[in-house]
Design a protein around this ligand. Structure first.
Ligand code: NAP
Length: 251
C-alpha cells in the first residue's frame, strides 16, 4: 500500500512514517522540505500518483487566528482536490478532541473548518481527534505567561503520549475508512494547571502558577468537559509521570 504522510517531518508525522515503514508499507514523507507544499500545491500531483491513503498531520506554522484558518482551509482544499484527481481511497486527518465545543478558539475553529472540508469532499475519510500531546504541555504553559505569573485553567485534560496517538493513527491508516470521527486520549485526567506546574518546576522556572477558571486556553475558557473525550475513546497506555521522568532523564 502506498501511503503519503503530509507533514511527514513533524512530531507526529516522523514517528508515523517510521512505524508504517516498519509494517512494510511504501510511505512517502511529505513536507515543504521534500518539495510538497499543500498551501501552494507544489509537488502534490506527483507525490499522490498511485497513493491509496493520505494521512494529513501537517500543522500551521502560525497559531494566530487568521493565519491558522487560512492554513487549514487552503491546504486542505488543495490536498483534497488533488486526491480526488489521483483516485485516493482514504483520507485520514488528525484533529483535536473538543474542537467543535470551543468556538472561541481560533485554532479550534480552523480545525473544525478542516474537518468540514474533509466530510464534504466525497473522499472516504477518517478523522482522528486526539487530546493534547504530552510534548505540547510545555508550549501551553508558556503561552499562559502574563507578566511575571502563569495563569492557567484548572480544568481537567486527558493528555496523551505522541507515541500512543501515532499507534492509533497507524492502525487507522491501514484499516477501512470510518467515514466519521474516532477519539483517542491518554489514560488519566489531570488538571491543566497541575500539568503546567510539573513541567515548569522541572525547567526550574520559579514564577508563580495561578489556577484561574477564567484563564483562556488559546482564546477560550475551559471546563472539565472541554478537552476530555466522549464515552468511547481509544485509550493510550503511557502515563504522564512515566513519560515525563523518562523525558527528563533523557534531557
Ligand atoms: N499538539 C497537540 O497537542 C495536538 C493535539 C491533537 C491534534 N493535533 C494535531 O496534530 C497535527 C500534527 O501536529 P504536530 O505537533 O506533529 O505538528 P508539527 O510537529 O508542528 O509538524 C507540522 C508538519 O506540517 C508540515 N507543514 C507545515 N506547512 C506545510 C505546508 N504548507 N505543506 C505541507 N506540510 C506543511 C511541517 O513541515 P516542515 O517541517 O517542513 O515545516 C511539519 O512536517 C496537527 O494537525 C494538530 O492540529 C495536535
Amino acid at each position: 500500500m502506498k501511503i503519503v504522510v503530509i507533514g511527514g517531518s513533524g512530531l507526529i508525522g516522523s514517528k508515523l512514517v517510521t512505524r508504517l515503514r516498519e509494517k512494510g508499507h511504501e510511505v512517502v514523507a511529505s513536507s515543504p522540505n521534500t518539495g510538497v507544499n499543500t498551501l501552494t500545491g507544489e509537488g502534490l500531483a506527483d507525490v499522490l500518483k498511485g497513493a491509496q491513503v493520505v494521512v494529513d498531520v501537517s500543522n500551521s506554522p502560525s497559531f494566530e487566528d487568521k493565519a491558522v484558518m487560512e492554513f487549514f482551509k487552503t491546504s486542505t482544499s488543495n490536498l483534497l482536490a488533488e486526491e480526488a484527481k489521483a483516485g485516493v481511497t482514504h483520507h485520514l486527518a488528525l484533529s483535536v478532541v473538543g474542537s467543535d465545543r470551543l468556538p472561541d478558539s481560533g485554532y479550534l475553529r480552523a480545525k473544525v473548518a478542516q474537518e468540514n472540508l474533509i466530510k464534504n469532499s466525497g473522499i472516504p475519510f477518517t478523522i482522528l481527534r486526539s487530546t493534547q500531546f504530552f510534548e505540547f504541555i510545555d508550549r501551553i504553559a508558556k503561552s499562559a505567561l502574563e507578566g511575571d505569573v502563569y495563569r492557567l485553567s484548572p480544568a481537567l485534560m486527558q493528555p496523551i503520549a505522541s507515541d500512543d496517538a501515532v499507534a492509533a493513527l497507524a492502525e487507522l491508516a491501514i484499516g477501512k475508512p470510518v467515514n466519521g470521527i474516532v477519539e483517542v486520549a491518554g489514560p488519566e485526567k489531570i488538571p491543566l494547571d497541575k500539568l503546567a506546574r510539573k513541567v515548569l518546576a522541572a525547567a526550574r522556572d520559579k514564577r508563580q502558577v495561578i489556577a484561574d477558571i477564567h484563564a483562556r486556553y488559546y482564546g477560550t475558557e475551559l471546563d472539565d468537559q472541554s478537552l476530555t473525550p466522549g464515552a468511547t475513546p481509544r485509550i493510550g497506555t503511557i502515563r504522564f509521570d512515566d513519560w515525563f521522568s523518562h523525558a527528563a532523564a533523557q534531557a
